[in-house]
Design a protein around this ligand. Structure first.
Ligand code: FES
Length: 108
């Protein structure tokens, strides 16, 4: 599958032939700057991304835990999601997301 990741400089990075269990794993496997400190158990919010408008309804809704974690993430907005809570499946081929502020250790 293909993904497009917009980094914090606004550069679009196209990932092809992605095979990863979640969006967080795909971003990290590509060597992009995503802290994902808790390793994917939805307890750190350092995998915060903004999902493009067109894709938001294609994702399973946030559960209560993800919602609570996003409340502590900097600059939450309508499209905010935890990348570790987005399992990758064929119907998400072409998904586009933007790395959010606070998802990197460099942004203290
Ligand atoms: Fe920690 Fe997603 S990796 S909340």
């Amino acid at each position: 599958m293909k993904l497009t990741i917009i980094d914090r400089a606004g550069q679009a990075i196209k990932l092809e032939n992605v095979s990863a269990p979640t969006l967080m794993h795909a971003i990290r496997d590509a060597g992009l700057d995503l802290t994902a400190q808790c390793g994917g158990c939805a307890s750190c919010a350092t995998c915060h991304v903004y999902v493009d408008e067109a894709w938001q309804t294609k994702l399973k809704p946030r559960d209560e835990n993800e919602d609570v974690m996003l409340d502590v993430a900097p600059e939450r907005c309508h499209g905010s999601r935890l990348a570790c809570q987005i399992p990758l499946s064929a119907d998400l081929d072409g998904l586009t997301v933007t790395l959010a502020p606070g998802s990197s250790f460099d942004e203290a």
